[in-house]
Design a protein around this ligand. Structure first.
Ligand code: PRP
Length: 176
């Protein structure tokens, strides 16, 4: 069996503590309000499932899938909707849940898409933010961790479809 242990950048415990704090902040901000949570597939699926357990408000859960095209390292600046949510968000509070904001293109495109549907509010929770790559103005309302320009995997994030199942955020080094 192949063995691999990518180096940890953010541990399971650190993630858990941060998510608890984010959940508390979201619960406070949405006092007496319902919330539609939109999980951006695939990367956000673990963060989203842990986060909603810490939000003490009525939540309905939606999934959306977007993909950007380009070469392997650079976005083409073109994001396509692969799978849409099923709920009508007009007049509703929406919380978009992302795993990482990198160039900001995906979330900018998604925010623009959602605003056209006239929700009452739209907020963003992102586990990670890599400011060095940012090309589009993005406001992250609930941020887990700001990170340096490293290729991160685990806790939902992949490299070529692998490592999503790691319980922590790791870094890939040569040899992994
Ligand atoms: C990743 C991540 C974000 C996006 C961030 O998705 O989940 O959605 O990239 O990058 P950006 O800020 O430069 O747009 P990816 O396309 O890797 O798909 P996945 O979540 O299915 O792995």
């Amino acid at each position: 069996m192949e063995m691999y242990t990518p180096e940890a950048l953010i541990t399971e415990e650190e993630i858990s503590l941060r998510i608890e704090a984010l959940g508390k902040a979201i619960t406070k901000d949405f006092e007496n309000e319902d919330l539609i949570v939109i999980c951006v597939l695939k990367g956000a699926f673990i963060f989203c499932s842990d986060l909603i357990k810490k939000i003490n408000r009525p939540v309905s859960l939606e999934f959306i899938s977007l993909s950007s095209y380009g070469d392997s390292t650079n976005s083409s600046g073109n994001v396509r909707l692969e799978m849409d949510i099923t709920a009508n968000i007009e007049g509703k509070n929406v919380l978009i849940v992302e795993d990482i904001v990198d160039t900001g293109l995906t979330i900018k495109t998604l925010m623009d898409m959602m605003h056209v549907r006239k929700p009452k509010t739209v907020k963003l929770a992102s586990l990670l933010f890599k400011p060095v790559k940012l090309k589009h103005k993005v406001n992250i309302d609930y941020l887990g961790f700001e990170i340096e320009d490293k290729f991160v995997i685990g806790y939902g994030l992949d490299y070529a479809g692998r490592y999503r199942e790691l319980p922590y955020i790791g870094m890939l080094n040569a040899g992994n």
